[in-house]
Design a protein around this ligand. Structure first.
Ligand SMILES: N=c1c2ncn([C@@H]3O[C@H](COP(=O)(O)OP(=O)(O)OP(=O)(O)O)[C@@H](O)[C@H]3O)c2ncn1[C@@H]1O[C@H](COP(=O)(O)O)[C@@H](O)[C@H]1O
Length: 106
C-alpha cells in the first residue's frame, strides 16, 4: 500500500485519542493549538535550515517532521486535511505567478 499524507493523517487521528503517556501525538493535542504551533514553527525553521545547508537526507527528515507537525496542528484547530487539499486544488486553476500578479493589481 502506498503511504500518503492521508495515511499519516489517519494515524494522527487515531493517536489523538490515545493516552498522553503512550502517544506523542496525544500529548501535543492536549497541549492545545499553541503547543502545536510552537512545534510546527520549530520544525519549519529546521527544515528551512536543512534546505539551505543540510544534506538531502537531512532535508527529507526535517520535511517529514514538518508534515507530521502540520497535520497535528491542523487537527488541534479542527481543520481537516481535505480543506487544505481543496485550497490547493482550487489553485491549480491558475499559475502561482498569475495569482501573485492579480493580488498586486488589487
Ligand atoms: N510521523 C511522526 C513523527 N514525525 C516526527 N515525530 C516526532 O516529532 C518530534 C520532533 O522532533 P524534536 O527533535 O523536536 O523532538 P523533541 O525535542 O523530543 O520534541 P519535544 O519534546 O520538543 O516535543 C520527535 O519526537 C519525533 O519523534 C513524530 N511522531 C509521530 N509520528 C507518527 O505518529 C505515529 C503515532 O505516534 P504516537 O502518537 O507517539 O503514538 C507514529 O507511529 C508515526 O507514524
Amino acid at each position: 500500500m502506498t503511504f500518503t499524507l492521508d495515511t499519516l493523517d489517519a494515524i494522527v487521528a487515531a493517536r489523538s485519542s490515545a493516552q498522553a503517556d503512550e502517544s506523542y501525538t496525544r500529548s501535543l493535542i492536549e497541549g492545545g493549538p499553541t503547543r502545536c504551533a510552537k512545534k510546527l514553527g520549530e520544525e519549519g525553521v529546521e527544515a528551512a535550515l536543512a534546505c539551505a545547508g543540510g544534506t538531502k537526507v537531512e532535508l527529507a527528515a526535517e520535511a517529514a517532521d514538518v508534515l507530521y507537525h502540520l497535520l497535528v496542528a491542523l487537527r488541534s484547530r479542527g481543520v481537516p486535511l481535505s480543506d487544505v487539499m481543496s485550497v490547493l486544488e482550487k489553485r491549480t486553476e491558475q499559475s502561482g505567478l498569475a495569482e501573485k500578479a492579480s493580488r498586486k493589481a488589487k
